[in-house]
Design a binder for this molecule. Structure first.
Ligand code: SF4
Length: 372
């Protein structure tokens, strides 16, 4: 009688319980379908903590597509955290211009200073130490720890919450089940490859288990998914209806000097668009002040005339509508008290592209300087 040696179990067969099956299924899918993103290490490689940190900060509140050119620009200019720390805040804000949520750029810069000057240029690997750094919250700390250092922890953002709510058919309001979704996500962690598992879930949420129309037929977790089995997938997680954003209005002053420069002002470091350049304007409030009163807030005396149309912009918590006034003034025009002169500068139009101008101010300048 011949003895036939038993074949070695496959990776999938070595994972007996249902929870680990889910992780294995996801990792096998990710090994085939992973997105090739510039901050990721090649398959089997080790991610650079600087790359992971930079990309995770940029990706907060923003899409991968929007982030890629910024990430590549930052890395080309500042290839290490020490190089970033050696830049000036204004250079960093200018390179960040257009990506929004500018407090992230200020925190990014501060964090680079701390890592470079106090930590010898090395990011710590523990979540607790990472969270002590400027701009790094629990999610980002877990993402860096898992992806760059292989720490067995689970970063859970809105995308992963959505996948968990569907996988486990959690039909209670999202706000009440966030802690339990984190526990459920952690329960799926495989014994190794924590970073790959997190990135796999991120990719699944971005390309398959999408917010409006999940592609369940293509999903590697379909057989494990209670939300799909119960026909609930597309309606989960349960979120409150979005409140309408209030409208704020104001009047912006595009002052064009005869030498072709335009008056811009640096905003205070704290608060909305902190540290960025702006076109001087009235306060943004519920109603416009009477025109004569609004014009008294102009940064220079001159013949102000209204540029037809308005500029609109949507911030997270409000919509903004600005009327734009324009004046051409002599080179020696003094600034008024309202201009806050020590924060003002006249900037050549060719320098706009590399200036720390947020999107809303680029719109105002394009509108105010267009040929009539
Ligand atoms: Fe999401 Fe559908 Fe996959 Fe469930 S089966 S995880 S709902 S894509």
């Amino acid at each position: 009688m011949s003895i036939v040696a038993k074949a070695q179990p496959t990776a999938a067969e070595r994972v007996p319980d249902a929870e680990r099956d889910t992780a294995q299924l996801l990792l096998e899918w990710w090994d085939r379908e992973r997105r090739d993103l510039p901050w990721r290490a090649p398959p089997g490689g080790q991610s650079d903590p600087y790359h992971v940190w930079l990309s995770e900060i940029m990706l907060q509140q923003t899409t991968v597509k929007a982030v890629i050119p910024y990430y590549q620009g930052f890395l080309a200019r500042w290839p290490t955290v020490a190089a970033l720390a050696a830049a000036s805040l204004d250079q960093v804000l200018a390179a960040w211009a257009g990506l929004g949520y500018y407090s992230r750029a200020r925190n990014l810069y501060q964090c680079a200073q701390v890592v470079s000057q106090r930590l010898g240029g090395r990011f710590p690997s523990s979540e607790a130490e990472l969270m002590a750094l400027p701009g790094i919250g629990p999610y980002t700390a877990a993402a860096i720890a898992a992806i760059a250092f292989g720490v067995p922890t689970m970063p859970v953002d809105g995308n992963i919450e959505r996948v968990m709510a569907r996988l486990f058919a959690k039909a209670e309001p999202l706000a009440t089940i966030k802690p339990s979704l984190r526990v459920l996500a952690a329960s799926l962690l495989p014994p190794a490859r924590a970073g790959d598992f997190a990135q796999g879930l991120m990719d699944l949420g971005a390309s398959v288990c999408t917010p409006k129309r999940p592609s369940c037929l293509m999903c590697p977790l379909q057989r494990r998914c209670a939300g799909h089995a119960q026909g609930l997938a597309a309606m989960l997680p349960i979120k409150p209806a979005k409140a309408d954003r209030p409208l704020r209005v104001g009047l912006a002053f595009v002052a064009l000097r005869e030498d072709g420069t335009v008056l811009l002002r640096r905003r205070p470091d704290a608060g909305l668009l902190g540290g960025m350049l702006e076109v001087p304007s009235t306060a943004w409030s519920d109603t416009l002040p009477p025109l004569d009163q609004a014009l008294r807030a102009a940064p220079v005396h001159g013949q102000w005339w209204a540029v037809p149309g308005t500029v609109t912009h949507t911030f997270t918590h409000f919509r903004l509508e600005l009327m734009v006034y324009r004046a051409v003034v002599p080179i020696d025009t003094p600034l008024t008290f309202w201009a806050d002169p020590q924060h003002c500068r006249w900037l050549a139009r060719r320098s706009f592209e590399t200036a720390a101008l947020p999107s809303v101010m680029r719109k105002v300048l394009a509108h105010g300087l267009r040929e009539q």
